[in-house]
Design a protein around this ligand. Structure first.
Ligand SMILES: [Fe+2]
Length: 288
């Protein structure tokens, strides 16, 4: 057995992977080891710093349970989720950009007809959302499954309330034969990512704010098209430049127009101000 030193240790570890049956697994772990060792050398990692990192990751694990995924939050706040999303969703320029899914998507949101109420009692100012789903040649996509979910005026999703027994501020609807869709809901507000755990401590240590700009989440799927997971943001939101999870894309920022009381898009007379949002989604053809 040869003596290992701080330079030869990396090759020794890589050689120990020689028998890995799966080549992709070997590639991934080889690369992790190579970068991890290079990082330790570059910063001259001390034993105390190594132990602090171990304690931090242990705390991230302890904070994670069925309702709270601190590791995904760590990935999100380090920009890794956004990077992986970008690399996994390269598509023609004219297509709507993808962005991070986030932790609040549920698979069993209630079905809704076009024009229906997504809010279902969630608190907030009235908001009318309309738009269309199209392909890259402008063709309408009929029957596209549109899933939408959002925070309420307190910046909270339904799953963050302990006492709610039914979903709200989330729904699934289908685009019309001409590709159009519309629904009413409430105006989503900016909100902080959960910051009462080790990731929150990390953000504080780095002098970062935990805030996400206001957004509506969408997941759109249709036959012959790539699924689209995205969010739309508010043009005048001061938090756009400091999204804690790096999810903002300029092409996903649009005008949210606030109206005084009067006739709403659904023809009803409204006694209080309301907001309208219009956004057209362009889906990429399925990759063969
Ligand atoms: Fe969100």
């Amino acid at each position: 057995m040869k003596n290992l030193d701080e330079l030869s240790i990396t090759d020794a570890v890589l050689q120990s992977h020689a028998g890995t049956p799966d080549s992709r697994t070997k590639e991934l772990v080889d690369s992790v080891v190579t970068h991890l060792h290079a990082f330790a050398r570059e910063v001259s990692l001390t034993e105390n710093e190594w132990l602090a990192a171990i304690r931090f990751l242990t705390a991230v694990g302890h904070k994670t349970d069925d309702r709270r995924q601190e590791f995904i939050l760590l990935s999100d706040t380090l920009g890794l989720s956004s990077l992986v999303t970008a690399m996994s969703n390269r598509k023609p320029e004219e297509c709507t950009e993808s962005t991070v899914l986030g932790p609040f998507f549920l698979t069993d949101a209630p079905a809704l007809s076009n024009g229906g109420d997504v809010a279902q009692g969630a608190p907030g100012e009235l908001c009318f959302v309309s738009g269309s789903v199209r392909g890259v040649h402008g063709e309408p996509v009929a029957g596209a499954r549109i899933e939408v979910w959002q925070a309420d005026e307190d910046g909270l999703y339904d799953v963050q309330y302990e006492d709610l027994d039914a979903p709200r501020a989330r729904a699934v609807l289908l685009s019309e034969p001409d590709g159009s869709f519309e629904f009413r809901t409430i105006v989503p507000r900016p909100y902080p990512v959960p910051y009462d755990g080790p990731v929150g401590e990390m953000l504080k240590t780095l002098g970062r704010r935990p805030v996400r700009p206001a957004h509506l989440h969408f997941m759109i799927s249709a036959q012959a098209y790539e699924p689209l997971i995205t969010q739309i943001f508010r043009k005048d939101d001061p938090n756009l430049r400091s999204d804690a999870v790096f999810g903002v894309r300029s092409s996903l920022v649009c005008e949210w127009t606030r109206h005084t009381a009067g006739i709403a898009p659904d023809g009803s007379q409204r006694e209080t101000p309301f907001t309208t949002i219009a956004f057209d989604f362009v889906l990429a053809p399925v990759r063969i």
